[in-house]
Ligand binder design. Sequence first.
Ligand SMILES: O=C(O)c1ccccc1NCC(=O)[C@H](O)[C@H](O)COP(=O)(O)O
Length: 217
Amino acid sequence: MKIKVCGMRDPENIQNLIQGVKPDWMGLIFYSKSPRYVSSDSAASIQLTEVPKVGVFVNEKIEFVLSKIDEFKLSAIQLHGDESPGYVRELKLKTNKKVWKVISVGESIDWETLRDYLGLVEYFLFDTATAGHGGSGRKFNWNMLETYPFEKGFLLSGGLDEESVKEVLILAERMPQFVGVDLNSKFEDAPGLKNIEKLKSFKNRLLGNDKRPTANN
Ligand SMILES: O=C(O)c1ccccc1NCC(=O)[C@H](O)[C@H](O)COP(=O)(O)O
């Protein structure tokens, strides 16, 4: 089970995260309306961190994404808006980076709308649909994922909190495509500032109880 901690930006908090939690990925948000927006001021120190960095973008011009890949040394791109398969194809051609497509989940999911992304993305990331695009701290109905018809791996996101461990493990046990979780606002002391002890405890309980034979702890 993999862990992504999203919305990082404070250099000291990032160092504490790396030492105390060692997540598989760290998310940097490049959406100017987000309270977790990462400005260029911290690029020099963040680009040197050893945890793979996933850049989060919402309906951005490809040139902007290219500039942030370079500035922050991003490993993967998370598309959190209405980006089309054509956009993803062009982005991959121009960057050669792994792309994750966020699927914003409301009352229902039309799985067919995901089909054209299958050959293009590394993972899907399911998040709760909200006007602000992400970071809402709200869960969607995770039971909907049980009808997911594809082999493509996915991450679960949206309002995961300290109490989510058991539910996550139940879903992950039923679904081999379940790659990992994305943690954000419910583990914060302030926007963009993560509570390392809460994250550490979550990680220990999650990985310590993941009994899947294929679990990659
Ligand atoms: O976190 C934000 O402020 C944000 C704003 C706009 C687009 C994406 C954003 N976050 C990206 C993520 O991957 C979050 O981890 C995801 O939305 C879940 O957040 P939360 O519901 O707070 O756990």
